[in-house]
Design a protein around this ligand. Structure first.
Ligand code: PNW
Length: 452
């Protein structure tokens, strides 16, 4: 018996799932004709990835996908968000298509559908073919066309069955952290002009992919971007704080939100960039702002803001020493960020439908003597976040689903395998999968459609 008076029930059709990304779980990095990606190269650049870890084996999902689908089914998962790997599909970035690569995703999609799990496919989750990086990667505008050719191959092959498509995962991460002196591949520190070029090219390729899904996927397909906004959270839920937080949201996210959702870079932003502003060709902004069906939002944290007298009208507050922290320095639990991002996106940009395409946390998970993983920090995290998702649904903000990052412990980019985000523990020595306690809570939430 489930004890809940019913007021916390999620609506029929709310989608519960989990997410992964190709490079982080697949392994089989050199199998069946896959080409080199920037992350393969980065992993082999000394000092870039913790403990010199690579994606060569990862969770071996490339071979264990059937078992992983059964696992999802056992956990009651209704949907699975995965990404396709460009270097598997077009190993050289442009040029010949690798049939074996497409075949893998074809089998995966069929397997998911057979198990009653809805596939949500992301076209780009950071594993850029190294050959394209050798031409400048996202800084070189030629990448847009190459991405279009790749996207068309994937959409043509899977688009008769896959209804839900995402173009890019987290442009600010793969551009900002990859080209702006951050910890991600390709590990460059380009000029501000080139950084703006790279963003602009990523925006263009997003718009192009939207059009490709419209043209080549099933007619009822839906497509959107996945973004990871920095989410300002009002310190108190008073009108003055809400106003300050909304101002902060608009200003901090303007470089991406204004071109993509409004079709024009903000004049004040262009002015700030001066000669470093991106070069905009005729027709670019129409492509960039191609209408989408939903927005995917990845939520890991938030920042507190308060009203301020200075011109911006808000102040971002630093986290004090002692604020709770999960297993990474930037993982400050701020569950209400989930609610606020849905609300601001709806109010400021008219987003009618959104999915939380990722929300997750890394904990210091360990197996106890009996083999269980009692991840109580994640249990608490999950309950807090699902409650905020419910609040967003209840307030009519258009939230349609929640995907937990991640199904499995996996390759956590510059952290290698040292940080565990999975609801399922992976023993990398044996490839054994063990659901953590939080996975059983998630299963019950999904089964009942309630916060249990
Ligand atoms: C997301 N940060 O990345 C990605 O979509 C996933 O591939 C990744 O595994 C997951 O979050 C957990 O990190 C992020 O530094 C990487 O703030 C870094 C940050 C945020 C998101």
């Amino acid at each position: 018996m489930t004890v809940n008076i019913g007021k916390d029930r999620f609506p029929e059709g709310f989608v519960w799932g989990s997410a992964t990304a190709s490079f982080q779980v697949e392994g089989a990095a050199w199998t069946d004709g896959r080409g080199e990606s920037i992350w393969d190269r980065f992993c082999r650049t000394p000092g870039k990835v913790a403990a010199g870890h690579t994606g060569d084996i990862a969770c071996d999902h490339y071979h264990l996908w059937k078992q992983d689908i059964s696992l999802m089914k056992d956990l009651g998962m209704q949907a699975y968000r995965f990404s396709t790997a460009w270097p598997r599909v077009i190993p050289g970035g442009r040029g010949p298509v690798n049939k074996a690569g497409l075949d893998f995703y074809d089998r995966l999609v069929d397997g998911l559908l057979e198990a009653g799990i809805v596939p949500f496919t992301t076209l780009f989750h950071w594993d850029l073919p190294q050959a394209l990086q050798d031409e400048g990667g996202w800084v070189n505008r030629n990448i847009v066309e190459a991405f279009g050719v790749y996207a068309e191959q994937v959409v043509k092959r899977l688009g008769d069955r896959v209804k839900h498509w995402m173009t890019h995962n987290e442009i600010p991460c793969f551009i900002g952290l990859g080209y702006g002196n951050g910890p991600h591949a390709p590990g460059l520190d380009v000029s501000r002009k080139d950084l703006n070029r790279a963003y602009h090219n990523a925006f263009l390729s997003h718009g192009l992919a939207v059009r490709i899904v419209r043209e080549f996927a099933r007619k009822d397909a839906e497509v959107g971007l996945v973004n990871n906004p920095l989410i300002p959270v009002p310190l108190a839920e008073t009108p003055a704080h809400l106003d300050a937080a909304r101002k902060a949201f608009i200003r901090i996210g303007a470089n991406l939100n204004e071109p993509i959702f409004k079709g024009a870079y903000a004049p004040w932003w262009l002015e700030e960039q001066g000669a470093d502003a991106p070069d905009i060709r005729d027709g670019d902004m129409e492509i960039i702002s191609s209408p989408t069906d939903f927005l995917g939002i990845n939520v890991y944290s938030g920042v507190f803001v308060e009203p301020s007298e200075d011109p911006a009208g808000y102040r971002v507050l630093p986290f004090p020493k002692g604020y709770p922290n999960l297993a990474l320095p930037w993982l400050k639990p701020v569950p209400q960020a989930l609610y606020w991002c849905c609300r601001y996106y709806r109010e400021a940009y008219g987003i009618r439908k959104s999915y939380i395409t990722e929300a997750g946390c890394a904990c210091e998970d360990e197996r106890d003597e009996s083999g269980r993983i009692i991840d109580l920090a994640r249990v608490q995290w999950l309950r807090d976040h699902v409650r905020e998702a419910h609040r967003a649904v209840r307030d009519g903000l258009g939230l349609a689903g929640f995907f937990q990052w991640s199904l499995l412990d996996n390759f956590e980019w510059a952290e290698g395998y040292l940080k565990r985000f999975g609801m399922v523990y992976v023993d990398y020595g044996t490839q054994e999968r063990i659901p953590k306690e939080s996975a059983y809570l998630y299963k019950e939430i999904i089964r009942t459609g309630m916060i249990v």
